[in-house]
Ligand binder design. Structure first.
Ligand code: ATP
Length: 295
């Protein structure tokens, strides 16, 4: 069998610039496992989408490898939509929430590349929000506000950014009155946070939608109603373990479509990146078996 020819799209900016140093190691490991690969580094926001579009159009690749975090995977998926080209993953991000669904032997670069070389293909679902693809999930409300606050803190480095962003959001974010429509329900509720997942892990390892499967043709939704600031902090350990489903403030749902209306507007993140600071209408659907992956 001839060698697989793979295009590696690497975001050197992932995990606070640490991904940049991994490029030589990744290329050496790909060669070691008998794969032929070329490296394309992103130079700006949105670049991974145009690189993926270019790879699809060229027609000379057997697959693309997303080397970065969830935001990079999202950009690549948006450049590959509709193509049959398989996508693989070398996790280099901060949260790496999507790849947690793939149950790779460990989170190491070598194991990720070993599994790519095994050449097992599978079909997975993708989500779509207002005409934009997502692979892992959409966060609406407080957690999207955290992403917005973190973006504002450009001058502060390291994990402190997230601690400040979380504290500011818990202290200042106000729950919104939302109208939500799913396949079988219409709800009118004051909501602090809504997570719509294809994958199960969000916000850097929180198991918010623990029943999610990436190939079941369904979205998993977790709605959190208005609650005191103290109970938000207290319940966060339950969310990490995925055991928050029966808390009184939490509603879990499965659906194919999810529509939301908010008069005041809500902040939204998609696959961990800020999507909008204020949306009044959101329409989300699941597209079954929309992406082929090689993992
Ligand atoms: N050269 C670049 N300079 C600045 N930003 C970039 C560059 N290339 C890509 N980006 C942006 O970096 C964003 C974040 O990257 P990514 O999600 O891979 O890392 P992360 O945030 O550390 O990981 P995770 O999302 O898994 O927590 C991407 O959405 C992309 O728009």
């Amino acid at each position: 069998m001839s060698k697989l020819r793979l295009a590696v799209i690497l975001n050197p900016h992932s995990n606070r610039q640490r991904a940049a140093q991994q490029a030589p190691h990744i290329m050496a490991m790909l060669r070691h496992f008998g794969l032929e690969a070329s490296l394309f580094k992103t130079t700006h926001v949105g670049h991974a989408t145009s690189l993926a579009q270019q790879c699809v159009a060229e027609g000379r690749w057997d697959g693309i490898i997303a080397a970065g975090g969830d935001g990079t995977i999202n950009e690549i998926v948006n450049g590959m939509a509709g193509s049959q080209l398989p996508l693989s993953f070398v996790p280099l991000g901060t949260g790496n929430d999507f790849v947690k669904m793939l149950k790779l032997p460990s989170n190491s670069i070598v194991e990720a590349i070993r599994s790519i070389a095994n050449n097992q293909l599978r079909q997975i679902d993708l989500g779509m929000i207002n005409q934009h693809w997502f692979i892992n999930g959409v966060g609406i409300g407080l957690d999207a506000n955290v992403a917005i606050e973190a973006q504002k803190l450009k001058r502060i480095k390291g994990g402190l950014v997230y601690i400040i962003a979380v504290l500011k959001s818990i202290l200042r974010y106000e729950a919104r009155d939302l109208l939500i429509e799913t396949d079988d329900l219409t709800l009118q509720q004051r909501i602090n946070m809504a997570t719509v997942g294809n994958g199960g892990y969000h916000g850097g390892g929180f198991w918010v939608t623990p029943a999610a499967k990436i190939d079941d043709g369904l979205l998993d939704v977790c709605l959190t109603g208005e609650q005191s600031r103290w109970s938000m902090v207290r319940d966060s350990t339950r969310v990490r373990q995925g055991s928050h489903g029966n808390l009184p403030s939490v509603t879990m749902l499965k659906t194919r479509t999810f529509k939301l209306y908010s008069e005041r507007g809500v902040p939204v993140h998609v696959d961990g990146e800020v999507f909008s600071a204020n949306l009044n209408e959101i329409s989300i659907s699941i597209q079954p078996a929309a992406l082929t992956i090689r993992v």
